[in-house]
Ligand binder design. Structure first.
Ligand code: UN1
Length: 497
């Protein structure tokens, strides 16, 4: 029997008002149905937003340390369920178990961080220019937060947004990707079990157009946090402008790893294999360009191609598999189209480039890990985000040229430089235009307590993670208390002339 999932609105599990549903299937084996989910519409969004609005009145008054206690329970519950959550996630979106365990762990780390923030969430006291007057600025919640999340980190990314939103006093309307609705439902169940009250967390399943944009355009949603493609991010910006709401956008990347001639090549090899083919290349932080110093180009390409050919494709639940499938038919098609584009542009396939045959892979959205050689910086495969297991290799003559090429896209999320030379490392740190730079480590591997986000068209300047996410999820209220007993006019009474 297919498992039937529901929305959660105002403390009740419920179907879409229309009664419509959609199916979610395992991308490693499309015969396997993970479950059916409500295909919601604008009316469902309206209900969820109005309940979240009501719940805000009481939730905002719960002391922050109490909200922090709930977050600690959330973390504890996730620890207990880690293995089950990881297995459910692998079935639902395909990445290997080691990675889905990491994804859940990122959620646990975020929960404990949020819990500790409950006893901080610092404001400032500031001296007044007048006697017997007290000045302070404090953080206050904004209201109803809309959270719209992708499928590649089905647990971690929702927690990056929902936990700080709740901790700082917001109520939430959550629209998860329709490719990973089961993991999102488990997250809501955990929040409820930990004691998040009715109406404070609401989940509405369905498509991005109707449900996602319904949330973004809703006049009663005060802020929206979104992770996804740059194309959708721009639309969200436009729709949100209608109500001037605050929006945090985490969008695309075309991240590069630069390997200098003096680098530890074995280390750089492990880094690029993990950066390019971890999560089947479906990360906004994935390494999709490899910039190689001409002094080591031939040698490194040999090492890379040999190792990539050994990567094993398959169901992420099997112990010896390195790379899972693409998320769905559309995503694999995109990968195939870019392989065609790369060949037409004159790049050469080092390995991969095909849909694999046999070995039990015929019912999944698998694509071979693919390496393009002789790529030029202006080729489309070196400029556009593919979101799949495709790596473009470019030869560079110097650190300066490498950094220039690394910077030469519309994106600026993550970056990586392998070198043993401290001067080269610091020059690169100074000159790279990206939100994140790794030295002697791959472009992936962000930690929950550090700022996460990018520059240029990767986002709109906000940061998730760490202390910085609270700059998005709070508003400053400035407070003056005059205890002089008289009228004191700032700028006037304290200056005699
Ligand atoms: C993403 O790809 O959307 O650093 C987020 C990383 C992960 C997060 C990636 N911890 O790759």
């Amino acid at each position: 029997m297919t498992k039937k999932f529901q929305n959660f609105i105002d403390g009740k599990w419920c179907d879409a008002i229309s009664g419509k549903t959609f199916e979610n299937r395992n991308p490693s084996n499309w015969d396997e149905v993970v479950g059916t989910f409500p295909k919601s519409s604008k009316e469902d969004v309206d209900r969820a937003v109005s309940e979240a609005r009501k719940a805000f009145d009481t939730w905002r008054l719960v002391p922050e340390p109490k909200r922090g206690d709930i977050m600690r329970k959330v973390g504890d519950l996730m620890v207990g369920k880690k293995e089950d959550l990881a297995r459910q996630m692998t079935r639902e979106m395909g990445k290997v178990l080691a990675e889905t365990r990491g994804d859940v762990q990122e959620g646990i780390d975020t929960a404990y961080y949020a819990s500790s923030e409950g006893r901080r969430l610092f404001g400032r006291t500031v001296p007044s220019e007048l006697p017997n007057k007290f000045n302070m600025a404090m953080r206050v919640p904004i209201g109803v937060a809309g959270v719209v999340t992708p499928w590649n980190f089905p647990m971690a990314i929702p927690t990056w947004k929902i936990f700080p939103a709740l901790l700082s006093g917001h109520t939430v309307v959550f629209k998860p990707a329709s490719d990973t609705p089961a993991t999102a439902t488990s997250l809501v169940e955990i929040l409820l079990e930990a004691g998040v009250p009715e109406g404070v967390i609401n989940i509405v399943h369905g498509g991005g157009g109707e449900v996602g944009m319904g949330i973004v355009g809703h006049p009663d949603v005060d802020l929206v946090s979104f992770t996804g493609s740059t194309v959708v991010g721009k639309k969200i910006s436009e729709v949100a402008a209608g109500t001037l709401k605050r929006v945090s956008l985490e969008l695309g990347g075309k991240n590069a790893q630069l390997v200098m001639g003096d680098a530890d090549l074995d280390l750089a090899l492990e880094g690029v294999l993990w950066g390019a083919f971890g999560t089947t290349g479906q990360r906004c932080t994935a390494t999709s360009r490899l910039l190689l110093d001409e002094r080591i180009y031939d040698k490194f390409v040999d090492m890379l191609v040999t190792r990539t050919r050994k990567l094993r494709l398959g169901s992420g639940l099997l112990p010896d598999v390195d790379v899972g499938p693409c998320i769905n038919e559309g995503q694999r098609k995109t990968v195939q189209e870019y392989v065609e584009i790369g060949l037409k542009e004159g790049a050469r396939l080092g390995t991969g480039g095909h849909v694999p045959k046999g070995n039990g892979l015929e019912k999944g959205w698998f694509h071979e890990p693919t390496i393009f050689l002789d790529v030029r910086p202006n080729h489309r495969i070196a400029q556009e985000e593919i979101f799949g297991p495709v790596l473009s290799v470019i030869k560079v003559g110097s650190l300066r040229e490498g950094v220039e090429i690394l910077n030469g896209t519309i994106y600026g999320l993550s970056s990586s430089v392998y070198t043993k030379d401290v001067n080269s490392a610091f020059q690169a740190i100074r000159d790279i235009k990206a939100g994140i730079t790794y030295i002697n480590a791959p472009t992936i591997g962000a930690e929950a307590h550090m700022p996460f986000g990018g520059v240029k068209q990767t986002g709109n300047g906000h940061r998730e993670g760490g202390w910085t996410v609270y700059d998005f999820f709070t508003e400053w209220k400035t407070v003056y208390v005059d205890f002089s007993g008289g009228l004191q006019r700032a700028q006037i009474d304290n200056y005699s002339s």
